[in-house]
Design a protein around this ligand. Sequence first.
Ligand SMILES: [Fe+2]
Ligand SMILES: [Fe+2]
Length: 160
Amino acid sequence: MSVHVQAIKALTPADYLMIEKEHRLLEKFLTDLRDACACSKQEKLPDCSRCDYEKQTSCQGRLPSFLYYVIDLAADHFDHEEAIMLKRPHVTEDYEYYRMHKLAHAEIMHKLNALVDECFALDREANTAEIYIRFYQKLSSMFEEHDRSFDDPFILSTKT
Ligand SMILES: [Fe+2]
Ligand SMILES: [Fe+2]
């Protein structure tokens, strides 16, 4: 997550550290998800057929845990970010920008939960590495889009 170091200085050090730490955890999660299945990090087209059936099943079986982990991580982070926003001068529950940002968080949570369902509906024969790459791309673009539209402007707004 890109953080404007100058701009964030107007937040209290504790708030700044919390947002920074949680954004780093989300970034780390995305890298771990990308690299979780050995075949998904290959430059060329992923090919799980060289892994034995147990390995393929174990890669696919780990996907829900990744999703449950990011659901917890994102839920905590969104709560913290919303509480920090409410501490800003002029920001109330009714403030439009706050409501839109909070709504965007709720939409991400909804999409993450839908991905869990999608994950359990996956065809057991599907190419596991491709599934990891697809989920990684979906989640990365979702978080990047959120940063561009909400977190970056919020952090900029903390400039005095
Ligand atoms: Fe946010
Ligand atoms: Fe955030």
